[in-house]
Design a protein around this ligand. Structure first.
Ligand SMILES: Nc1nc2c(c(=O)[nH]1)N[C@H]1C(S)=C(S)[C@@H](COP(=O)(O)O)O[C@H]1N2
Ligand SMILES: [Mo]
Length: 310
């Protein structure tokens, strides 16, 4: 990966949907009994999520426009250009879809995506997403803690790590015809990271199901880690005793570590991580330790040399 120039978002590119969304949020927060009457029918009916609770884990920053979140993506299965996923992921078939949760578990199981959608109360989590390429966004994700899913398969005492495996289907994912990464895309976490309440099994954003380019029908998001950890379009979650080797570790072992915690003090070998460009903004911001989630996650790494375990 290289650091990219982030395009500025023009006010004229903010879609009506995003304005409706902002309005809906505002009206909910003032407690709108008249809310339903004022909402555009089509939008209300389109959402498959009937009840999304707000999370206390949410950031209170300004949201990145929907247009930017869905048109400036990294999803190498559809090409390495930022606009490739929006242009090419539309035809990805997201039904039927299953996720196999397997490995070190007493009750391994293949879950249907529609079963997962109903598994736990859905939450809206507004998270900062910090890409290793030194840009960031603020996204209102919809999902529930990954721990809810993992608990169902009863991890054994040998389960020390989890591996996420994305879909491998070169017929649908033209980027897989190139060997830019070792396919399928694989990522991983230590078990305590996977069970952390911030780790979100993610099914939607901006109140709707995930757009394909954002990893439909299901992905993970760990807001204190670089964006590449958050594997998209997941088909398997494997509980493992040994630390898995991820696709990015294979591609560049000196550049992309297993932990990949956002850390302004540990530069990428080819560029600084001290600052970042928030999409749509002109001036760079200082990058925060653990992407601003230090209070919640720093204890997971107590005593570890973060220069070494990057
Ligand atoms: N399967 C898969 N997952 C992936 C990627 C990818 O190329 N393939 N790119 C990662 C990177 S580098 C980032 S920054 C985020 C981007 O997520 P977004 O497009 O929803 O913002 O997805 C991550 N998950
Ligand atoms: Mo990224």
């Amino acid at each position: 990966m290289k650091p990219y120039k982030v395009p500025a978002i023009l006010a004229s590119e903010i879609t009506p949907k995003q304005l409706f969304y902002a309005r809906r949020k505002f009206m909910r927060s003032v407690g709108g009994a008249t809310l339903a009457a004022l909402l555009p029918q089509a939008l209300w009916a389109a959402s498959p999520f009937s009840d999304i609770k707000k999370s206390t884990f949410s950031a209170t920053e300004e949201l990145t426009p929907l247009k930017a979140i869905t048109s400036y993506n990294n999803f190498y299965e559809f090409g390495t250009g930022k606009e490739d996923p929006a242009a090419r992921a539309g035809s990805l078939k997201t039904r039927p879809w299953t996720i196999s949760v397997e490995g070190e578990a007493n009750k391994p199981k293949v879950f249907d995506i529609d079963e997962i959608l109903k598994m736990a109360p859905l939450e809206e989590r507004i998270y900062r997403l910090r890409c290793v390429e030194a840009w960031s966004m603020v996204v209102p994700w919809v999902g529930f803690p990954l721990a809810e899913l993992l608990k169902r398969v009863e991890p054994t005492g040998n389960a020390k790590y989890v591996e996420f495996v994305s879909l491998y289907d070169p017929g649908q994912m033209p980027g897989q015809k190139s060997s830019v990464l070792d396919w399928p895309y694989r990522e991983g976490l230590r078990m305590d990271e996977a069970m952390h309440p911030l780790t979100l099994l993610t099914l939607g954003l901006y109140g709707e199901v995930l757009p394909n380019q954002n990893g439909a029908p299901v992905r993970v998001v760990m807001p204190w880690k670089y964006g590449f950890k958050s594997a998209k379009s997941i088909v398997a979650i494997r509980l493992m005793e040994k630390q898995p080797t991820t696709s990015w570790m294979k591609a560049g072992p000196n550049e992309y570590g297993f932990y990949a915690n956002v850390n302004p003090e540990v530069d990428h070998p080819r560029w600084s991580q001290a600052k970042e460009r928030r999409i749509g903004e002109f001036l760079k911001r200082k990058t925060l330790m653990f992407n601003g989630y230090a209070e919640e996650v720093a204890s997971l790494y107590a005593g570890m040399d973060l220069q070494r375990y990057f």
